[in-house]
Write a protein that binds this ligand. Structure first.
Ligand SMILES: Nc1ncnc2c1ncn2[C@@H]1O[C@H](COP(=O)(O)OP(=O)(O)OP(=O)(O)O)[C@@H](O)[C@H]1O
Length: 208
């Protein structure tokens, strides 16, 4: 279980964005997270993705508290939790080929991952400016899945994509859930998509 307990989080100044949020992502399940723009969904994604330290509260990965965030996260916990963002371009080094982007991840079996997410060898040899957002997002998903994370946080992963690419990436994630017991937090403002792909949907209400 990936757990956030009584999370209070925000940025340098001002009121907290998250004020006492509890969330549980069990293995083998998809938890959908919905809520209005600005309510803190991406902030919660970064906190649960171990990239942003909460001001208070507790994150646990399989019962063990996370004490370090970003580069201070212990390696085994960092590898246990993957994250995919809405915008793939800022998430990659534009100088690398898609093959190199996927290979950056620990444990990357690039041919197997490319097949899993539907990237051809020809696409793998291109650089980000030579592919579509959807093709680049496939590479980002492959990179996130490479270490075989126990939990995956998808922050509006398909918001930039067309319907067929959305369906393809949802199928990839769903297969991981069913075949490897991955637990997923799927964040979207598209409640219909969440109802379709999540076991249950939780709502984060605007704190301001
Ligand atoms: N890096 C940052 N520094 C300061 N404030 C931030 C930062 N990132 C987000 N915020 C603020 O935190 C609040 C929540 O933002 P967040 O991106 O978590 O919301 P969201 O629910 O994901 O919104 P959306 O659905 O529009 O993407 C907003 O008021 C936003 O302005």
């Amino acid at each position: 279980m990936l757990t956030g307990k009584n999370l209070v989080a925000g940025y340098r100044r001002g009121e907290p964005v998250l004020d006492g949020v509890d969330v549980e992502v069990p293995g083998g399940a998809v938890v959908g997270l919905a809520g209005p723009s600005g309510c803190g969904k991406s902030t919660l994604a970064k906190v649960l993705g171990l990239l942003h330290r909460p001001w208070s509260g507790r994150i646990e990965v399989d019962g063990t508290e996370v004490t370090g965030f970003r580069h201070r996260t212990p390696r085994h916990q960092r590898l246990a939790v993957g994250i995919v963002f809405q915008h793939p371009r800022p998430a990659v080094d534009p100088r690398l080929t898609l093959r190199e982007i996927v290979a950056e991840a620990a444990g990357a079996d690039v041919p197997a991952l490319a097949e899993e997410v539907g990237l051809t060898a020809e696409l793998l040899s291109r650089r980000p400016h030579e592919v579509s957002d959807g093709q680049l997002q496939r590479a980002c998903l492959a990179r996130a899945l490479a270490p075989r994370p126990d939990y995956l946080v998808c922050d509006e992963m398909t918001a930039m994509l067309d319907a067929s690419t959305t369906a393809a990436l949802v199928r990839v994630v769903d297969r991981r859930v069913r075949e490897r017991g991955t637990g997923v937090l799927a964040i979207s403002h598209d409640e219909e998509l969440l109802r379709h792909c999540a076991d249950h949907v939780v709502h984060l209400n605007a704190s301001i």
